[in-house]
Design a protein around this ligand. Structure first.
Ligand code: GLN
Length: 524
């Protein structure tokens, strides 16, 4: 019989349900339990691909080309296990499927309703995931209108599959009031009531807080929620989220869950290998999404997991308005630069200025996806003198379209799920830095998410093979498209059409980021 941990959230979003779910799953895995995870997103978007990263954080891409919520990135990094489209369910997918079935006449004669038709669809998707223990994280906050149908579905599921196979963990936040010097549990009380009203009685309350809570407040939470005191667990903020699995282990949460769900734990040693000390290198992440660090989550975590302080997001639009001296002044403060992926022309000229600065001043720079495309634009403009060279994404009438729409993209009208997505193989060329980075492996698979490609056919004069004479961009990897470029006479000028950040795991950050660290350390 499959066991379930259902994670809900109360009070407010952004309190770390995803980190808790990922940490818990990792801990149970460590003790020999076959775990799987499912993120439920109650929004009506079919996937996260069409959502603005400023509002919702980055789009995480899986090997199978699914554009997912960033929580799947946490799951992959924490679990060290690849996710696929099965690990994410959105309200949009469920509604779409049920309405499609209705149009196909599959419910002939029936009135199609939220209960039971949507709930049946939700339950069957939850049940279809294979696992000994399935951790289901329901996004948003209890009380959200769009989340109700999912709470109803899991309520029904626990009746059908047996209450004893379910553990409901409710993650809430207890604010601290400085003026009166006390923790306030009222919002938690109310969110537990909302959960109850949906027919769900929590078995465990995870109380998030700014710093450790006094035991009497925790007893209060226990009393009003009817959850035994030892199942009310306080998780104060930590600077390093990778500590959470260890903290959960010290609390013995795996034993509590195993006892309650009758799971057999195998005694293993918890080889949780995350960085604890950080080199103070300063990395500028030149981007345009300034609302939240979540917009560049996987890049930031990929750097952090190598044991370097998190990169700082530098506003590309601010650079756009600066002259060379201004750019030098801002970027001179940093040890390295990363130009992330992106869409749309806002901030693009600022990114190009940053690339020029890094190329001319031999500052380590990594260009990812759009970042690599702009490296080609910069080179065409400033080395070959191709005035107004550009990507046709930003200037459809450029005289030098050095980056252009992929042929297969030209006929596509729908914007959701239609890019070149997911794992694609490429050949890495010996004699390049990239080849060294991959440890001499020639065939490598990486994840993609783009519509445009470098236009090698029309502009072969920009490129050369490794070792050939002249100051040109070396093509270091290729599929049907140029996948990576670099400059020879530079400590680290690397552009990649793919997204290495999606493949970093705890204990195994992507080798490109590890190599960047080695460059910064001067190969100590
Ligand atoms: N906008 C560019 C393209 O579609 C780059 C995409 C990206 O950076 N993910 O090709």
């Amino acid at each position: 019989m499959k066991k379930y941990v259902i994670v809900t959230g109360g009070v407010l979003s952004g309190i770390g349900k995803g980190i808790f779910s990922a940490s818990l799953a990792r801990l149970m895995k460590e003790f020999g339990v076959k775990v799987n995870v499912l993120k439920i997103d109650p929004y009506l978007n079919v996937d996260a691909g069409t959502m603005n990263p400023n509002q919702h954080g980055e789009v995480f891409v899986t090997d199978d080309g699914y554009e997912a919520d960033l929580d799947l990135g946490h799951y992959e990094r924490f679990l060290g296990q690849n996710m696929s489209r099965q690990n994410n369910m959105t309200a949009g997918q469920v509604y779409l499927r049920v309405i499609e079935k209705e149009r196909q006449g599959k419910f002939l004669g029936n009135t199609v309703q939220i209960v039971p038709h949507l709930t049946e669809e939700i339950k069957s998707r939850i049940k279809s995931l294979e696992a000994e223990l399935l951790v289901v994280e329901i996004g948003g906050t209890v009380g959200d209108i769009e989340g109700e149908v999912f709470l109803e579905a899991v309520r029904e599921l626990q009746m059908e599959e047996g209450r004893e196979n379910f553990l409901f963990a409710h993650v809430t936040y207890v604010p601290y009031l400085r003026t009166t010097n006390e923790f306030k549990t009222k919002p938690t009380q109310q969110s537990v009531q909302l959960l109850r009203r949906a027919g769900i009685v929590p078995d465990m309350i995870i109380v998030r807080s700014e710093f450790p809570i006094d035991p009497s407040s925790l007893s209060k939470v226990s009393l009003f929620s009817g959850v035994p005191r030892d199942f009310v667990i306080n998780l104060p903020d930590t600077k390093n989220v990778y500590e959470v699995p260890e903290i959960l282990k010290d609390i013995g949460i795996h034993k509590k869950i195993a006892e309650k769900l009758k799971l057999n734990l195998k005694e293993g040693n918890f080889g949780w290998n995350y960085p604890k000390a950080f080199k103070p290198y300063r990395i500028a992440l030149v981007g345009k999404y300034l609302g939240t660090d979540d917009a560049y989550k996987s890049i930031i975590e990929s750097v952090f997991l190598t044991g370097i302080e998190k990169p700082v997001v530098v506003d590309s639009q601010m650079l756009e308005e600066m002259d060379d001296d201004g750019v030098t002044k801002v970027l001179g403060e940093y040890d390295a630069i990363i130009i992330p992926g992106g869409f749309g022309r806002r901030g693009v000229e600022g990114k190009i200025k940053a690339i020029k600065y890094a190329r001319e001043n031999k500052k380590p720079i990594l260009g990812i996806c759009l970042g690599m495309q702009l490296m080609v634009v910069e080179f065409a403009r400033n080395v070959l003198g191709y005035k107004n060279a550009n990507s046709t994404e930003f200037d459809p009438n450029t005289p030098y379209p050095v980056v252009d729409l992929m042929e297969e993209q030209k006929k596509i009208m729908n914007l959701g799920g239609t890019m070149r997505l997911g794992a694609q193989e490429m050949k890495v060329f010996p004699g390049t830095k990239l080849y060294e980075i991959y440890g001499g492996v020639e065939t490598v698979s990486e994840r993609h998410r783009h519509r445009y490609e470098v236009n090698e056919d029309s502009f072969p004069e920009l490129f050369k093979k490794p070792g050939e004479p002249g100051y040109k961009l070396v093509i270091s990897a290729k599929s049907r498209f140029i996948e990576a470029i670099e400059i020879e006479d530079h400590p680290f000028f690397i552009g990649v059409q793919y997204h290495p950040e999606y493949k970093s795991k705890v204990g195994a950050p992507h080798p490109i980021f590890l190599y960047l660290k080695k460059v910064l350390e001067g190969f100590e």
